[in-house]
Design a protein around this ligand. Sequence first.
Ligand code: FES
Length: 370
Amino acid sequence: MTDNNHDIEQPEERAPKRVIGTPSPATSTSILGHEEPRKADVVQVPGVTPQDEATARKGERYAALCFLVAFLGGIGFVVSYVVFQVGDIEKTQVSNLALGGTLTLALLGLAAGLTTWVRLVMPKYNLVQERHPMASDTQTRSYVAETFLQGANESGIAKRPLLRRTLLAAAAPLGLAPLVLLRDLGPSHTNFPAKLRHTVWGEKTKDGKPRKLIVEGSGSPIRAADFNSPGGILSVVPEGYEHDLNALAKATLILIKFRPEELKSGTNLNWTHDGIVAYSKICTHVGCPAALYEQTTHHILCPCHQSTFDAADGAKVIFGPAARPLPQLPIAVDSEGYLIATADFPVPVGPSFWERGDAEAEVRENGAQQ
Ligand code: FES
């Protein structure tokens, strides 16, 4: 006999000491695919109350129903994301309602199913948990593993394929949901980045005319002759897109009236009309609406991080974290005297997360030539 013989433990020696109230060891260590022990084989342990089969069957059906609801909710979430597009306030509300409702249904169904499973299918028992100041010894850990396997067997996951399959079906669409949402961050999203680079000011109306400037909230176009008090400021949106939040997120303007002699070289005078200048309202720092205007200094202040732009000098940055001027929109008047946009912004609006040096250099060059 060698020393190694001491390492070979007999089954009886490996058997952990049991704590009163914990369930009996499983007769099989597999979770899936093996037969459950027959009823007569189950050792009754004090403190453990097995669930009666009728209640367990009822719980199984309820839980399966809940998982089915969760499955439908998850599918509904993905379908809602594809079907309901955001746009104006009404469409956005419908989309939010559908996404929130279906996701709630999926999560509630899953939670209700798991709760029903635990309460009506699994046996009830008191668990005595020992605490150790350091890692447990090998024997205790193998005992924990056995207990875990026993719990898995007692949950009936192998014996009850209906529960197992409906649970997997309920979880699958929820796993897909983040992938669908991440799609918006990818370069394959429709027409990116042209969609971000341009605004609707560059588009003509249905009858082929340039878009009028509309006073935000009123729906009225602006006659240049009516906007005649120097120092005045208006918040303006594009005709035809007054309620389209996606379009307005990039296309909202501030319109400022100057005395012609107040305008400095940074402002492109060819894009003004009678001292009226249009700038993007979207701050070039991180995109807050920059619309606090100080009439005496001609400063536009962004309330978020105090970037300050000189409206008389091409909205160049004179203070704060913004790195670029607010883009200026080319404007003119139509035959009826209404202010219109003659083209889109020459550079992208909003936060400067991309390279736009070429476009800005071109704008500066054109300004110098004019
Ligand atoms: S968003 Fe305007 S200063 Fe930061």
